[in-house]
Design a protein around this ligand. Sequence first.
Ligand code: AMP
Length: 209
Amino acid sequence: MRLVLLGGPGAGKGTQSKILSEHFKVAHISTGDILRKHMEDKTEIGVEIRDIMDAGDLVADDLVTGLLKARVKEDDCKNGFVLDGYPRTLVQAEILTDVVGEVDKIVFINLADDYVIQRMSGRFSCPNCGAMFHIINNPPKRVGICDNCGTALIQREDDRARTVENRLKVYHELTTPIIDYFRERGCLAEVSGVGEISDITAAITAVLS
Ligand code: AMP
């Protein structure tokens, strides 16, 4: 299974990608995670992209594409992958199959901006194990503490309200055109991003079968 998930910030791509990659026993590739790891490790790339990422802007096409090319060559991608966060610009859409090979399905998770703002500004994650929580939709058992490992939860810098607005602006300007690009080529399936996590997973698996 080689699946690409598209959708705006906060549409649930990350959550669904993790669930689907476990379900299909394939790799989960998140370009956002790859870039955040560089920032955490303070690599040369990490230092270069910090301000861009924190502002909610997009990292250069060449840089992300190079990292993705290397990632898909890793062993765990042999049986396939769920790709989350790429393509994000028309340039990336046009070179998608050159970079990752043919894909089985491109699924667009559609969620209106009002939902996105409510969702993202309540999102917290664990800096230790990566678990995600939400103050309304998926609260941790103890306020501010990870259920899995007891670490204090943090809010991603780019999930803060002002940045969320910029990420939506960037998404509408640069990423929305790629939805039309794939739709016009008849290779896009669309599901609603509203509802329970399990309902959205079911909607995605339905369009895959
Ligand atoms: P995400 O975790 O997918 O929401 O991505 C977080 C941030 O990483 C984005 O706001 C961008 O700054 C950067 N990023 C992730 N994927 C890409 C991409 N395909 N092209 C450019 N920037 C990206």
